[in-house]
Structures are given as structure tokens and as C-alpha cells.
Design a protein around this ligand. Structure first.
Ligand code: ADP
Ligand code: MG
Length: 254
């Protein structure tokens, strides 16, 4: 056992994953501090979403170490168990209960069981109500508590889903391309939301939009061909010759 583990919320060491001979993840090593907001960038197909699949147990690595907190070996656990440990994932497309109100969506998520039936027939205690409104404030939807989730804009649905994850009080929050399909204003608000979570949760944000990355980035990790190409401040990675080469001839948002 090495001593460095204690300081990290997440450790990936020499992780490999192939799909029918194609190496999606290749000797991937990454360390994340507790409370850190980490941005991951990289061209399409770089392995960003595959990395999240491995962390959340959706897929299993062929080799390598994936550890959460002090000593929890995530490669040995299934997806449900990993979620219970406090790892929440926001997929690219929002999945909210469109026929339920914004309030009910958060309420349903507060129940560990996620049982819609049990949730709907349990009483809303004042304590729970306060917690729901606290989350609604965080995601700037407190004024829309009674709206059907289906009536929200795309951006608002994304925030609601982040709120639903927050209701489970995750230690580590994984957010895959939250700004995709958002207006500039929604993108900026999403940045503010993520920044407000920094310190309270450890967060990995995968993103293409460099304006957005600039807004929220502390340490940026650049993935390329399933491995870390470079890591550092936004300026450092944007000025890195290897990064320039990888993005050369590509559209800026790619
Ligand atoms: P990114 O999110 O960086 O755009 P992905 O992680 O989605 O990239 O994909 C990396 C590569 O791995 C792609 O070539 C993709 O087709 C492949 N891949 C990812 N997941 C699977 C899977 N479950 N089965 C087969 N191939 C996959
Ligand atoms: Mg992806």
C-alpha cells in the first residue's frame, strides 16, 4: 500500500480497455484530489466517456487500478454499488420525469430506493421540503418548482438532472458535456452552477466548448487516444505543442 492514496478521491493507474481489439483506453493514469473540479477535454473518440464508463462500473477494465476514496477498488464492484458509494453520473442527454413537476423530480431522487410508488405516497416533511428548495435554489429552478419538467428548456432540464444527482449527495460527480445544445447564457449559468459545487463535491466535467472550459477550469486534463496527453492550467494545455498538433486542422469546438 502506498501512502499517497489517502489524499485522493479517485485514482486511475495504468488502466486499459479494448473493444474488439480497439484500444479505447490505453495506460490511463489520473489522480484527483478531494473537492477538486477537474475538466477533461480531448477530441471525439479520445476515450472521455469510456473513462466515465470504467469509473462507474458500466464497463470493466482489462487491466489497471481504479480506486475511490481511501482503498475502495471500483473494478470489483457493480454499477449499483458504485453509485451507492457516492459516485453520480450525468449523461449527455437529460433524463428527467417529464410528467412530474420540478419539485417532484428532486423529491423522487431524495429517496435512496428511487421507488416512484413509495416516494409519491410518503409525506413531505418540512425538513425534506427545505432540502428540496435548497437544491432548487442551487440549480436556479426554485421559481419553477411547480412546472412540469417536460415544459423546461433543454438547459433547465440539464440543471434539473444535476439537481437530482445532488439530492443523492454524491462525493464524486461526473458530468459529460453539460453545455452541449445549450445557449451561451445557459452555458455560462451551468459554469456558475458547477463552480458553486466545487469543494462540496469532487467533480469531473467533460467538455468541448473552450469558452466554457476557460470559465470553470482549474486543472485541465487532455485525453488523446485513450491516454493522458497533458495536464495543467488552461493556458498551459492550450500552448502545449502536442495538444496543438492533436487539434490541428480540427474545428475549434471539436
Ligand atoms: P469520447 O467520449 O472521448 O468522444 P468515447 O469514450 O465515447 O470517446 O469513445 C472512444 C472510443 O471507444 C470510440 O472509438 C468508441 O467507438 C469506442 N467505444 C466506447 N465504448 C464502446 C463500447 N461499449 N463498445 C465498443 N466501442 C466502444
Ligand atoms: Mg463522449
Amino acid at each position: 500500500m502506498t501512502t499517497h492514496k489517502k489524499e485522493f478521491i479517485l485514482v486511475l493507474e495504468e488502466v486499459n480497455k479494448s473493444f474488439e481489439g480497439f484500444k479505447a483506453i490505453s495506460n490511463l493514469t489520473l489522480y484527483m484530489d478531494e473537492g477538486e473540479l477537474r475538466v477533461i477535454i480531448g477530441p471525439n473518440g479520445a476515450g472521455k466517456s469510456s473513462m466515465l464508463d470504467l469509473i462507474t462500473g458500466r464497463t470493466k477494465p482489462d487491466s489497471g487500478k481504479i480506486e475511490f476514496g481511501k482503498d475502495t477498488d471500483l473494478t470489483k464492484l457493480n454499477e449499483a454499488r458504485i453509485n451507492q458509494l457516492g459516485i453520480g453520473r450525468k449523461f449527455q442527454t437529460p433524463s428527467v420525469y417529464t410528467d412530474h413537476t420540478v419539485f417532484e423530480n428532486i423529491w423522487l431522487s431524495l429517496h435512496g430506493s428511487r421507488s416512484v410508488w413509495n416516494s409519491l405516497f410518503s409525506r413531505v416533511t418540512s425538513e425534506r421540503r427545505d432540502r428540496i428548495y435548497e437544491i432548487l435554489k442551487t440549480i436556479a429552478l426554485d421559481g419553477k418548482a411547480d412546472w412540469k419538467a417536460g415544459a423546461l428548456s433543454h438547459g433547465q432540464k440539464q440543471w434539473l438532472e444535476i439537481g437530482m444527482l445532488l439530492a443523492q449527495d454524491p462525493k464524486l460527480l461526473l458530468v459529460d458535456e453539460p453545455a452541449a445544445g445549450m445557449t451561451d447564457e445557459e452555458t455560462h449559468k451551468t459554469g456558475e452552477l458547477l463552480l458553486s459545487l466545487e469543494g462540496k463535491h469532487s467533480i469531473i466535467v467533460i467538455e468541448h466548448d473552450m469558452t466554457f472550459v476557460r470559465q470553470i477550469a482549474r486543472k485541465v486534463t487532455v485525453l488523446h487516444q485513450g491516454t493522458v496527453l497533458c495536464e495543467g492550467s488552461v493556458d498551459a494545455v492550450q500552448n502545449d505543442d502536442r495538444v496543438k498538433e492533436v487539434y490541428l486542422g480540427r474545428k475549434k469546438k471539436n
